[in-house]
Design a protein around this ligand. Structure first.
Ligand code: FMN
Length: 186
């Protein structure tokens, strides 16, 4: 038997991809904000999409600078991720408060985050209105991964690094194991 759920909770059925930390900088101000609603949308050219509400401080910095960083956090920094999602860069310097380390990017002015296991540098390709969030399409300029954690640059080693997936509110889940569907085909 299936039951109906409120429409504004339907996103929770889909948004269990890994949470990312978005970084951006405009003028002297930089910021870091967790975003659960993120998805790749094109391979060639490499494009990604993030849904960010226009009232977020990070949105303003992205709109002004037309670039942003995507940083992949793990369970090790869950508390820092949550802090960044419960506070606005308008009121606090989140780097200062969390002690996350800024790392210089190659093509964008926004800092990347050292404690994250992968980082992507993007420039804004397009912004589309989408209800109470806007869909920001980023063109991937550069992507780096922690070499010892990524097999063939594809699968993160789950023994070493647990990506964090947002269920809603204060609840998160972490991946348990990698399975190869080929082992289930006779
Ligand atoms: C785990 C988590 C995921 C979030 N995902 C998103 C998201 O996908 N899009 C968004 O606009 N806000 C999202 N938020 C909310 C922002 O991170 C939050 O409002 C933050 O305080 C905004 O900070 P800023 O004003 O410094 O940008 C999320 C919050 C948490 C804790």
């Amino acid at each position: 038997m299936k039951r109906e759920i409120p429409l504004d909770k339907a996103n929770r059925l889909l948004n269990i991809g890994g949470v990312v930390l978005i970084t951006a900088k405009s003028g002297e101000r930089d910021n870091v904000t967790p975003v659960a609603w993120n998805v790749p949308v094109s391979k060639e050219p490499a494009l990604v999409a993030v849904a960010i509400a226009p009232e977020r401080f990070i949105y303003k910095l992205i709109e002004e600078s037309r670039e942003f960083g995507i940083n992949l956090p793990t369970l090790k920094i869950l508390r820092e991720v949550y802090f960044c999602g419960k506070n606005s860069g308008r009121d606090v310097d989140k780097f200062e408060r969390t002690k996350l380390t800024r790392e210089k990017a190659k093509f964008i002015s926004a800092p990347l985050i050292k404690e994250c296991i992968a980082n992507i540098e993007c420039k804004v390709e397009n912004i589309y209105p989408a209800g109470d969030h806007n869909l920001i399409i980023g063109k991937v300029l550069r992507a780096v991964v922690e070499a010892k954690l990524f097999e063939d640059y594809l699968n993160v080693s789950l023994e070493e690094a647990k990506t964090i997936h947002h269920l809603g509110g204060s609840l998160f889940t972490i991946p348990g194991e990698i399975i190869d569907v080929k082992n289930y085909i006779s």
